[in-house]
Design a protein. Structure first.
Length: 103
């Protein structure tokens, strides 16, 4: 896992043809807005999180965020523990996100 600032996140995603944006917040949080193109995988629903994570392409690069950056860091560690090579955590999470949003 590597922590990325917003600027690093934006620059890296634009250049990454294997980028997957992963939102690990709850349905209620996602309803308030999300980063365009993100796939939701609620980390609080541990069973579903693990089940869906195991179906994802482990060769892709995962850019993970939550509200503040804490749950997404945890999600990155979990993903890496089950064989994902490349995960990035958005520092500050969605609460500090200044880029494009879908509301």
């Amino acid at each position: 896992m590597k922590d990325l600032t917003q600027n690093q996140w934006n620059e890296q995603i634009k250049a990454d043809k294997d980028a997957v944006i992963l939102d690990v917040r709850t349905d209620e949080e996602v309803a308030e807005g999300y980063i365009p193109g993100a796939k939701q995988l609620d980390i609080y629903n541990a069973g579903a999180f693990m089940e869906k994570a195991n179906l994802m392409d482990k060769s892709k690069n995962y850019y993970v965020y939550c509200r503040s950056g804490s749950r997404s860091a945890q999600a990155c560690m979990i993903l890496e523990s089950i064989g994902f090579d490349t995960t990035y955590n958005l520092l500050g999470g969605f609460s500090e996100w200044e880029g494009d949003k879908t509301v």
